[in-house]
Design a binder for this molecule. Structure first.
Ligand code: ATR
Length: 472
């Protein structure tokens, strides 16, 4: 039998798993056991990375034997059936007190179910969201682990050793029990959808509104990335727009088919938010925008429908600055809505999630890493009971200074016939929150009229029903 020597193991030697294993192996004090269902991938990783000094295993038994106790293994396999198969196999060879971590993109309700089932065996199960793609896995991701406090004691130091570091702090925290980590990772991805769509809308408005070329817009994003919008997504947007297609010599963005794909985490976010009753309209519109883009038959059929005669933008620089401000304001709303979903999820599932800590661990490693996340951490530090992020003093200032431009951009987009669904829905949400009275009163009247659903009054307690003239 193999001598137990590894303090951590990784199951799944595809891209994410092998990169995470290499990251672990590169940190002082770690010896990493590796396993893959088919041995070829393990062999390839061994051959390509002798420096990692991996301990390879060719069976689950051998893998378990190569790990020191409590055994700790991170699963990085295909989400769904693959994950369940590996968990089943590991629970056969692991012992009470050992730790199984699922680092894949699991749906948080699956994680809750798995944690419950694995816990019965005395083994700890931790669902950990890992963001940052291939590069993050290799160099330092943002990690969102759930699971028990007991598991975190062993796991914490290991995860801290491989996470991205910002201002000396590793981008990992114990998010909450069972599925909390995967829940927060899901919301992260939802916010990522909104953030990406907002940038897309800004690009489209500038391109179609002013006729600037992708290369010129790349410069604009590079400029924006020096200010309050500084973020990974703005940075890579500038790079994507700068890219020229080798085959045609055209901007690459013009030869990429304009139908956006997805792996479904945005849909999960919106489905979950609908169940929780939380309006994540920015995220939802971003998901829908991808759906619209991927309906070529409908788009072709609608291509001849009438649109406005666009007036050219007169003040080009002013317009671009307006778009920048609208992007910033809409981004604040997207995050505000995302954190509302986190608060509601925490309440529904009994998690003690520290919002400020979440913003903190999103500052590095992950796709939505951005300068302004510091402001979110500060807002929750100042007021942990903050009911809406946008009402924090800092963000109130942001919308106060940007709202005029935001409104103009949404109006300009409508006038020019350029779709800006997240800009527009974020503004509508903002104005809904602000409104003294909402037409929900009328909705209640209608519901009472046709269904005797009753209503409440502003001036007294109780439940009321009116004998409408339409009643028979
Ligand atoms: P990537 O990181 O490239 O996105 P993925 O598609 O999420 O990878 O997951 C692929 C990994 O899941 C592979 O390591 C695969 O093992 P094989 O190389 O043997 O195919 C692993 N995987 C998928 N289903 C599995 C199962 N039922 N049991 C064990 N491992 C499985």
């Amino acid at each position: 039998a193999t001598q137990a020597q590894a303090n951590i193991g990784v199951v799944g030697m595809a891209v994410m798993g092998s990169n995470l294993a290499r990251n672990l192996a590169s940190r002082e004090g770690n010896t990493v056991a590796i396993f893959n269902r088919s041995y070829e991938k393990t062999q390839t990783v061994l051959d390509e990375h002798p420096e990692a000094e991996f301990l390879p295993a060719s069976s689950y038994e051998e893998f378990a034997a190569s790990l020191s106790k409590p055994r700790t293994a991170i699963i990085m396999v295909q989400a769904g059936r693959g994950t369940d198969a590996v968990i089943d196999a590991l629970t056969e060879v692991f012992e009470p007190g050992d730790i199984i971590v699922d680092g894949g993109n699991a749906l948080f309700t699956d994680t809750i179910r798995r944690e419950k089932a694995v816990r019965e065996t005395g083994i700890n199960f931790v669902g950990a969201g890992i963001s940052g793609g291939e590069e993050g896995a290799l160099l330092g991701p943002s990690i969102m682990p759930g699971g028990s406090a007991e598991a975190w004691e062993t796991l914490g130091p290991i995860l801290k050793s491989i996470a991205a570091v910002v201002d000396g702090e590793p981008c990992v925290t114990h998010v909450g029990t069972d599925g909390a980590g995967h829940f927060v990772k899901m919301i992260h991805n939802g916010i990522e959808y909104a953030d990406m769509q907002l940038i897309g809308e800004a690009y489209d408005l500038i391109r179609r509104g002013t006729g600037k070329t992708p290369a010129e817009i790349s410069e604009i994003f590079t400029e924006w990335n020096k200010g309050e919008l500084e973020s990974y997504l703005i940075e890579i947007t500038a790079e994507v727009l700068r890219q020229v297609d080798a085959k045609t010599g055209k901007p690459l963005v013009d030869v990429i088919l304009d139908q956006a794909g997805s792996k479904g985490t945005g849909v999960w976010t919106v489905q979950t938010a609908l169940d929780l009753g939380i309006p994540v309209s920015g995220i939802a519109e971003a998901v829908f925008a991808r759906s619209v883009s991927s309906k070529p038959a409908q788009r072709a059929a609608a291509a001849a429908l009438p649109g406005p005669t666009a007036n050219p933008v007169e003040d080009v620089d002013g317009f671009i600055e307006g778009v920048r401000q609208a992007l910033y304001a809409s981004k604040v709303i997207a995050y505000s809505q995302g954190f509302d979903a986190i608060v509601a999820g925490a309440e529904q599932y009994g998690w003690d999630i520290k919002k400020g800590e979440i913003a903190k661990i999103w500052r590095g490693g992950c796709i939505i890493r951005a300068r302004f996340l510091n402001r979110i951490t500060e807002a929750y530090a100042e007021n942990p009971g903050l009911v809406s992020l946008v009402t924090a003093p800092f963000f109130t200032d942001v919308v106060a200074t940007t709202q005029e431009a935001w409104r103009n951009v949404v109006a300009d987009a409508a006038h020019a016939g350029i779709p800006a669904p997240v800009f527009a829905s974020s503004l509508a949400y903002y104005d809904s929150l602000r409104a003294d009275r909402l037409p929900a009163a009328l909705t209640q009247g209608q519901r009472d009229f046709f269904g005797a659903h009753t209503y409440k009054r502003v001036d007294m307690d109780g439940t009321f029903h009116t004998l409408w003239s339409g009643d028979r």
